[in-house]
Design a protein around this ligand. Sequence first.
Ligand code: TYD
Length: 212
Amino acid sequence: MTGLFISFEGIDGAGKSTHISALVEAFEAQGRRVTLTREPGGTPLAEKLRTLVLNDAMEPLCEALLMFAARRDHLQQVIEPALAQGDVVLCDRFTDATFAYQGHGRGFDLAVLSTLERWVQDTGQGIRQPDLTLWFDLPPAVAAARLANARTPDRFESESQAFFERVAGGYAARMKADPQRFARIPADHPPERVGQAVRAALVDRSWLSPSP
Ligand code: TYD
């Protein structure tokens, strides 16, 4: 079986977690082996970098480099080996988040991010990208209301609504540049309806069979 690499994106509060868990079950029910992972993180080293980058103050270049350092380790230790053995890799965030948050959110140079993307995701046979990116698109005002009830916010969750407007614009720009790779999931709906849209995106690609 060929591996399948699916990433999940959206601004903080967009509600991707429950849908990722549902997809783990859906793929396993079809006999696929699933590697569930996240960024920044997914390896012991990358999880340490996650703790730093979510909590310690730092300038945007440092932030972007740590995201890509974590990604390099994650790709080499987890994602590439899992794809090579035919797993479905479900990754909570990937490089689109760096373009959206560090690029559009913080205003860091997008051309530098593109260079880092090519270096870090070079497999020797091309540049690794997800086969599909599910973008949970939620208006930032709705996300802010959801996050207001959440636990102690980290460095990103405590950003302004204006920051998340820019991040959302960043995701839209990434989708526009590579529309085939993306499925936009309107996330301002009850969870059941969002879940159906997620499933439909996979059924459309014949990666999941229609629900019985
Ligand atoms: P998130 O995925 O929302 O996890 P949780 O649900 O546990 O809060 O948190 C990761 C945060 O890291 C999120 O605010 C976005 C940010 N981030 C970046 O800024 N750049 C990146 O490249 C990645 C992968 C994440």
